[in-house]
Design a protein around this ligand. Sequence first.
Ligand code: G4P
Length: 534
Amino acid sequence: MLDSVTNRPELPPEIARRRTFAIISHPDAGKTTLTEKFLLYGGAIQMAGQVRAKGEARRTRSDFMQMEKDRGISVSASAMSFDFDGFRFNLVDTPGHSDFSEDTYRTLTAVDAAVMVIDGAKGVESQTQKLFEVCRLRDLPILTFCNKMDRESRDTFEIIDEIQEMLAIDVTPASWPIGVGRDFIGCYDLLRDRLELMDRADRNKVAESISIEGLDDPKLAEHVPAHLLEKFLEEVEMAKELLPTLDPQSVLEGHMTPIWFGSAINSFGVKELMDGIGRYGPEPQPQKASPRQVCPEEKKVVGFVFKVQANMDPKHRDRVAFVRMASGHFKRGMKLTHVRTKKPMAISNPVLFLASDRELAEEAWAGDIIGIPNHGQLRIGDTLTEGEALRATGIPSFAPELLQTVRAGDPMKAKHLEKALMQFAEEGAAKVFKPSFGSGFIVGVVGALQFEVLASRIEMEYGLPVRFEPSQFTSARWVSGEKPAVEKFINANKQHIATDHDGDTVYLTRLQWDIDRVERDYPDLKLTATKEMM
Ligand code: G4P
């Protein structure tokens, strides 16, 4: 049977109830606060305040390092699972800082939807827009939460207009705020005809929810002061005339976003948003792979690695590969094929991430995210199957925008440095190039802060102080083509050639002019700024 909205086969109930999503927002819009309330209502934490510490730690660079030191916190924040109203939510964290856009991009390949949080006073900010564009590349459905309505915020129409114009997406109100700033008393839930009243006295109290028989119900006047009611009714009438009504199909296609208004810190509007994610958010979607896509309803298990995090637990010095289950029903102990090496792997201690603890995952369904501790076998882009030679596609690796050479403070420790660098390359935290001429390594990143984080991690995890220094090169391009053509090119350009951690050939240069020249002189070669991770 086909589902009437998605045009896809009806999924087994265990899979159909899964919602796997990320939150995208500009720093300070309220992502951490909202996450915390999700976990609270999902029963994953008992008390407000457990996630907050992390949000505050993000504020400064040194605190960021501190957070990196305390890997326990960032582990649990990478992927969190919780239940709400019959749904299983898998929330995947996106790194907050704009320097980590590549990591963010890969994270967004593992989710089926995004919740966009904006600050009601600030509207669409730069990082919101960037992240939105990444979601758009994949037509991800987006649900919007307009936060901080308890404070002085912009006019509701103005916020909606700004989203429509800046992000070129239809916006449909799921709720409508009543009053602004100090006068804000709550929202009218337009999808379920309920009045939700905020309790300013108790931040942790969930809103009082009153059932209303439509907008002409006299009950409204009992709860809403006359001066607010008149304006509210006028606005809703205008909204009905001017704004599109909710079209679930359009939401699933990423063309329309429903918007909820609320205040995460006051626990207001959060449950309605969660309900919306359940009702209008997508079920687990087919995943791109070669030579064919993988559908969640397939019986056999397929999963792909979208993130690797090393040394999360200093006591164990392990690595965890984060795997998005693309199909089937996984059970602990299963033997899967590691497609890249064609070797079997017994997955005996997979972990599921529940807010503050790791827990052994006895089973997982398509849509879930599990962590697989390993000793380096699993890399970003790797695929695990029950034998079929499938390869996840669409997980790109971007050419770095900044290159620096790196040296160990102690030259005797060069081998250790190589090991550390390879680990970070496999984690996807940096590109590492070994030039064919001379010694040492060139490290490439997307944002400057990554050099600081790398230096601090190499020192912390390997006890090795390092120095990053300017390199003579500023750009890197992967080289591909027929073997003789590549060899001829390598021989003629030795000073510019390096290999990456997979052994692939890279052309390093300082000038765009060089790249243009190579493209002109070597028409049989391809120079690319992205490489698919595999
Ligand atoms: P982020 O993860 O997106 O960076 O945002 P975070 O949740 O850390 O929130 C940023 C700031 O906004 C915090 O204030 C937080 O308390 C506040 N905030 C979150 N939601 C709301 C809301 O609905 N209304 C209001 N008025 N404020 C909200 P802070 O001053 O930086 O921290 P704190 O001193 O409050 O802990």
